[in-house]
Design a binder for this molecule. Structure first.
Ligand SMILES: NC(=O)c1ccc[n+]([C@@H]2O[C@H](COP(=O)([O-])OP(=O)(O)OC[C@H]3O[C@@H](n4cnc5c(N)ncnc54)[C@H](O)[C@@H]3O)[C@@H](O)[C@H]2O)c1
Length: 311
């Protein structure tokens, strides 16, 4: 939370360098949307500057075919004085944790105060981290509505959450619609490339954290009271929904309410009324990964943890 907040502040102050991330797709446009390796380099400034890169692979069928998590990756941190590598770290846990922190920070600023219900579509590892973090950070949250095309995944997640947070009531829905309609906060964690959440399903005052990016229909972006992204340039590319709307001449930077860092630093307001429907579209930023990895690296050095390698 601390590291991601810092990354968002530096992003708003433009004290960072973050080249657009290339997607390596071995099967080109014919492959599944979640089959790719993404290179995410960044330099962050501030009092403890650091550079680095996340190299994160994904295959949509890893869980089913190989019994492995969908995503795997490495982070390399570099000392900006010499540009020498200073650490090689596992990335998928850091990546999942920072993504959960983005939703929590988003919910602090963009969800209704004292919200009690969250709906989550897609119940894999990212969903688990999202819900655990929300439940840890928002003690009034009690109602969890889950939906997954694979019902076992939803049942399993519901069971795990009930074990860990006895205060909650976790329900598994038979369809996405009844789950989404219940959520004051809605989090998407699927691997779909087909939008299925229309505007009508969203409650007045809903906050949507659109983690898996492709789930909500285009009209939601056009009818929502506020659309927030993490980084406009990263959101407006790769034929993702916002990019499609821009290419169709229906959406532009002027219609965007803010980048999340501008809200965190108070340059732009967050939620202003209980009625607003607010969509956060977080593509995921390398500055969040590198800031989080650096925080963990500093703690590991202080604790003399890790293995020293010579170059
Ligand atoms: N925005 C970010 O910064 C960020 C960061 C990390 C991961 N992600 C995204 O999070 C998503 C989930 O990742 P994961 O590692 O948990 O994947 P996963 O494969 O472990 O889980 C995905 C789950 O979604 C379910 N599902 C697929 N299509 C569905 C649909 N249409 N409706 C309901 N359920 C559906 C699957 O059955 C599966 O249980 C991915 O799309 C990934 O790209 C985003």
């Amino acid at each position: 939370m601390k590291a991601v907040n810092r990354a968002l502040e530096l992003h708003a102050k433009r004290d960072f360098v973050q080249p657009l991330k290339p997607y390596l797709r071995a099967h080109g446009a014919n492959g599944h949307i979640a089959d790719r390796i993404i290179a995410m380099p960044a330099h962050i400034g501030g009092e403890t500057p650091v550079s680095g890169i996340k190299w994160i692979g994904s295959k949509h069928d890893n869980p089913r075919v190989h019994g492995k998590e969908r995503a795997s990756g490495l982070i390399i941190l570099n000392d900006p004085d010499t540009n020498y590598p200073i650490a090689v770290m596992e990335a998928s846990l850091i990546s999942g944790m920072r993504t959960a922190a983005v939703t929590v920070i988003g919910a602090r600023h963009l969800a209704r105060k004292g919200f009690r219900s969250v709906a989550c579509t897609g119940c894999g590892i990212i969903a688990k981290m999202q819900l655990q973090s929300l439940l840890e950070q928002f003690p009034k949250l009690t109602d969890i509505h889950l939906f997954d095309l694979n019902k076992d995944a939803a049942e399993r997640l519901g069971h795990e959450l009930r074990q860990r947070f006895p205060r909650i009531n976790a329900k598994v829905a038979g369809d996405a619609e009844p789950a989404v309609r219940e959520g004051e906060v809605v989090v998407t964690c699927t691997v779909t490339d087909q939008p299925y959440i229309p505007y009508e399903w969203l409650r007045k005052g809903a906050f949507v954290s659109n983690i898996s990016i492709m789930d909500i229909h285009k009209e939601v972006f056009l009818r929502a009271d506020k659309v927030v992204v993490d980084d406009w340039d990263q959101s407006n590319r790769e034929k993702k929904v916002i990019n499609q709307l821009v290419l169709e001449g229906k959406f532009s930077r002027e219609q965007l309410h803010a980048e999340l860092g501008e809200i965190v630093t108070g340059q732009k307001p967050g939620r202003e009324t209980d009625e607003e429907i607010i969509v956060l579209n977080p593509m995921g930023m390398a500055v969040e990964d590198i800031a989080s990895a650096h925080e963990i690296y500093l703690q590991a050095v202080a604790a003399r943890a890790g293995t020293r390698l010579s170059l």
